[in-house]
Design a protein around this ligand. Sequence first.
Ligand code: BEZ
Ligand code: FE
Length: 296
Amino acid sequence: MIIENEKGVTEAVLAASAGTESPRLRELMSALVRHLHAFVREARLSEEEFEVGIDFLNRIGQATNDRHNEGILFADILGLSTLVCMLNNGGAGATETAAALLGPFWRMNSPPTPNGGTIIRSATPGPALFAHFTISDPAGKPIEGVEVDVWQASPVGLYENQDASQADMNLRGKFTTDAQGRFWFRSVKPAGYPVPTHGPAGEVLRAQGRHPYRPAHLHVLGFREHYKTLITQIFVDDDKYLESDAVFGVTRHLVGQYEKGIGAAPDADVTGDWYRLNYAFVMEPGEAKLPIPPIK
Ligand code: BEZ
Ligand code: FE
């Protein structure tokens, strides 16, 4: 097709992709082209801005490697990850959901750990946490045999893969729910931390005058045949960043009650402050599917 004017470009691209074999890919690409072209028209994008944008995209790719996923981080700070999460859980956004964004730090093959065990694998400061969870179906029936990955940052604000001073897989573990749908473990009370700001996503945060902090949280990924994989985070209720999470992950439903323990802790070796967290998850019937790990 010969391009007669600026409108003709959009029509030509849509016509060129009309033969896409997969109907879903055709739908996605058509919507993408229409919205991208509309964006350029609305913003009246200059040639210099276009160059900056392409360079930005290239740098997101260059900043991504086995240990860091800038692409996910960029989607997170734009609220895209949370939007996709909400539209695919909780009745397509109509009802409350226990789901939350995955983030860039989930790793496959967390160490299997017995219930009641600890995920502290090297000396880690911070108050002890005794976390107790249940998982049931929407009718309230406990689900046995859910494989549950948990992961969190150390109170220094770094995941073990970001911090050579932590043991491999520190503050990560894989549990299995018992016949009552329970899993439980010992850890440290999570602390808030800044998302990585060394790359293009950090440039955007600075340009927009935004802080990089996430409120303290514990990540959970529950996997069992016949249930939609539950990916979520439980936030600490006294965190000052609950209202301004840099990646828009906090819903009221996901704020946990981290209760300060009174008297002796469940484990005799605890000397300082300790906390208890109880939280009940519901898993929806659906497809059990693991996400692509953002890092290795
Ligand atoms: C996280 O919670 O691990 C996370 C989520 C989004 C961006 C950075 C970190
Ligand atoms: Fe996190």
